[in-house]
Design a protein around this ligand. Structure first.
Ligand code: SF4
Ligand code: SF4
Length: 436
């Protein structure tokens, strides 16, 4: 595992900054490069936590303990407050713990608002009628839109991280929620240009639009794009009117059907059967393969990895990384699906709860379970999740597709020596190591 050559650090947050442009070797204040990078790491984790907190707060759920941590962590990164690298490593782990609290809070908010997800088959392709394609992560925005199109011929389609909405009883009950189009966030430009639908961007991972669909795109919540109408207070009249003004879509089912919505209860109900299959040697290993997808060539790893896994393995997945392989018919092992979609990236908490349940069931520590985590990262929510997994003491996580740019040799040493973090290599080599 190697880090790339780059400036030692970059900080331009105070008037002392070197040459009036930026401290790049060491701070004029005395801040060391590793501390500067660990401050960046902490800020990235806080950004991720904030996104999850935002969605929980929208549903009326807050946590003053997390709020207080965020204030303290931000404060620590001010000029001339904290020069101690170890304290930033400790705070990164604390950020991981705070993120676990936040993920639990958001899961509670979602389950109490929309019910516990249930495994659900989701159609791809279009149905007859007008359409709105909803991208992002905000179920509250989706629900408000669904309420406002009830009884009309405007059908609602999910894109990317909205797919798991189909598994929630409180959302799937709406007849106008008809399917999913496209894959991970970065296919937006082709997908949105292809289908004559109105588009609603509700959260992060929105791309600047192409001219051919810019006038039929709208945003809500934190999303703002120059030249695109932003709709406040969940008033979705303009996006619905736009959909009604567009040509009717044909009845054109897609080539495959997706399955999502494995909540904790539906997986825990399978636990006795899973235990027996493991004891009989019919399931050899579990993998959590998921996280953020990227358009990088290196991310092709994940599809090949899943395709090459032995047939006696089960794959848990979450977040938009699943679109690399969720169209592959992986079958089942005596009725246990080989691909289990836990949902959005925040459903990492479901994965954690399942791992805890397995660890009790098999009476071993989490690191002794027949479970390997293969996590992909793109943006800052994934940073928060990585520190959550490390805070739980989970070791030997495989990360990819690349080493984060803010990691230098000092930070890398901590991640590899203390936590056994590895960067993905090739599917064949990694599977050989993982299967032992
Ligand atoms: S806080 Fe320190 S490292 Fe950052 S700009 Fe000021 S002097 Fe430079
Ligand atoms: S999983 Fe990550 S990359 Fe994918 S849409 Fe969500 S935040 Fe973006």
């Amino acid at each position: 595992m190697a880090v790339k050559d780059s400036p030692e650090m970059f900080c331009y947050q105070c008037s002392q900054t070197a040459r009036g442009t930026g401290c790049t070797l060491k701070g004029v204040c005395g801040k060391e490069a590793t501390v500067s990078r660990l401050q960046d790491n902490l800020l990235f984790a806080i950004k991720g936590i904030s996104a999850y907190l935002y969605h929980a707060r929208e549903l009326g759920y807050t946590d003053p303990v997390v709020d207080a941590f965020i204030e303290r962590a931000f404060f620590s990164t001010l000029t001339n407050v904290n020069f101690d690298p170890q304290s930033y490593l400790n705070m990164a782990l604390e950020a991981g713990e705070m993120n676990i609290r936040t993920l639990r809070l958001l899961k509670k908010a979602l389950v109490e608002t929309y019910g516990e997800p249930v495994p659900t088959r989701v159609q791809t392709g279009t149905v007859k009628g007008r359409g709105v394609l909803v991208t992002g992560h905000d179920f509250k925005a989706l629900e408000e839109l669904l309420k406002q199109v009830e009884g009309s011929d405007v059908m609602i389609y999910t894109h990317s991280e909205m797919l798991p909405a189909h598994g929630y009883p409180g959302l799937k009950k709406y007849k106008n929620l008809v399917g999913n189009l496209g894959k991970a966030w970065y296919d937006q430009r082709q997908l949105f240009a292809k289908y004559p639908m109105a588009i609603l961007g509700t959260a992060n991972c929105v791309l600047l639009p192409r001219p051919e669909y810019k006038d039929r795109m709208f945003t809500s919540g934190p999303v703002a794009v120059p030249g695109v109408v932003k709709l406040p207070n969940f008033d979705f009249g303009p996006v619905i009117d736009k959909a009604k003004s567009l040509p009717e879509l044909p009845d054109a089912p897609g080539d495959y059907v997706l399955t999502t919505g494995f909540g904790a209860s539906s997986i825990l109900a399978l636990v006795p059967k899973i235990k027996s299959l493991v004891e009989q040697g019919m399931i050899k290993r579990f993998f959590l393969v998921g996280g953020c997808d990227t358009p990088m060539k290196a991310s092709e790893y994940y599809r090949e990895f899943v395709q090459k896994l032995p047939k006696d393995t089960v794959i848990l997945t979450l977040a938009c990384g699943k679109f690399r392989f969720n169209d592959i018919p992986l079958g089942d092992i005596e009725g246990i699906p080989r691909l289990i979609d836990l949902g959005q990236c925040n459903d990492a908490i479901v994965a954690v709860d399942v791992a805890i349940a397995f660890s009790k069931l098999f009476r071993v520590g989490m690191n002794d379970l027949p479970l390997t985590l293969v996590v992909s990262w793109m943006e800052q929510k994934a940073v928060a999740i990585l520190w959550s997994l490390l805070a739980l003491g989970i070791k030997n996580i495989y990360v990819g597709p690349i080493v984060p740019a803010w990691v230098n040799q000092d930070i890398l040493r901590v991640l590899t020596e203390q936590y056994g973090v590895k960067v993905i290599s090739t599917p064949d080599a990694d599977i050989k190591k993982m299967m032992g």
